[in-house]
Design a protein around this ligand. Structure first.
Ligand code: FES
Length: 268
């Protein structure tokens, strides 16, 4: 997670930048590589002091998802390998999530559903495809027992991805719901800094990845002497474009003309 100093740009300016840029599509963007990116941003500032701007956003690498995804390695100049699918990614601030319904998100090309498992009292991140006929589980509901129920034929899944109920199955027949193929793929996930994070790899060796590696931690978010504001919105371009935009205050009086209170330049 990148921490950007922005002592000259108040928090509401950042919001305005996002509003504006959302509507304008830079001409040099390759939108095909980034169908529906999602960004979570967090503004953190010390009360009565300087503040920091943090960006926690999903990557927008162009990759066709597989199940589990193949390692996507990028070679850095030092010869170091970077696997995009072996990292923690923020999905949403928890206060933007409604515990009563599932939420669809797309992160680094993966469609996931985030939902509150009240039996385990934790947020879960599943592959957003029902194992039956691939209906999006995010369009389903939480049933009266706190299970995620598919909207299409009503199959129900617990927080471990196990199918617990198939309405059409003969109750006196074989327990077809226990078949491995009836399970949903579950991604490792956790909550840190009031943000739901997930590890976008279904390989069993990452099942307990949280024990070995935690998401990047920002102590200021949990520090009560700081105030913080988080938000989430989908924007039609990659994180690198947004970073460049946030680090470019020179565009503010012109690209946001009439929106921000900015003192006119003394130079003509
Ligand atoms: S597609 Fe989900 S239950 Fe049939």
């Amino acid at each position: 997670m990148e921490a950007l100093g922005a002592s000259s740009v108040p928090s509401f300016h950042i919001r305005t930048i996002l509003d504006k840029t959302k509507l304008r599509r830079p001409m040099f963007l390759n939108l095909h590589s980034n169908p529906t990116p999602s960004s979570t941003f967090s503004l953190v500032y010390k009360k009565q002091s300087k503040f920091k701007v943090f960006n926690t956003m999903s990557s927008t690498v162009s990759t066709e998802p597989t199940n589990p995804p193949e390692p996507v390695l990028e070679t850095h100049s030092q010869g170091e390998k970077f696997d995009w699918y072996s990292q923690w990614y923020p999905i949403m601030p928890i206060w933007d999530l409604d515990k009563r319904r599932p939420h669809a998100k797309k992160v680094i090309g993966l469609d996931v559903v985030v939902w509150w498992d009240r039996n385990e009292e934790t947020w879960k991140v599943f592959d957003d495809r029902c194992p039956h006929r691939l209906a999006p589980l995010s369009e389903g509901r939480i049933d009266q027992w706190g299970r995620l129920q598919c909207v299409y034929h009503g199959w129900c899944f617990n927080g471990s991805g196990d199918c617990k109920f198939i309405p059409q199955a003969n109750p006196d027949g074989p327990p077809v719901h226990t078949a491995k193929k009836a399970c949903v793929a579950v991604y490792p996930s956790t909550v840190q800094n009031n943000i739901v994070w997930f590890w976008p790899n279904l390989d069993p060796r990452y099942k307990d990845i949280l024990v070995e590696k935690k998401p990047p931690y920002i102590p200021e978010i949990d520090d009560p002497s700081y105030a913080s504001l988080m938000g989430n919105r989908d924007i039609p371009y990659g994180y690198e474009i947004l970073i460049e935009n946030l680090m470019d205050p020179a565009h503010l009086p012109y690209a946001h003309h009439g929106i921000l209170e900015i003192l006119p330049s003394k130079n003509r």
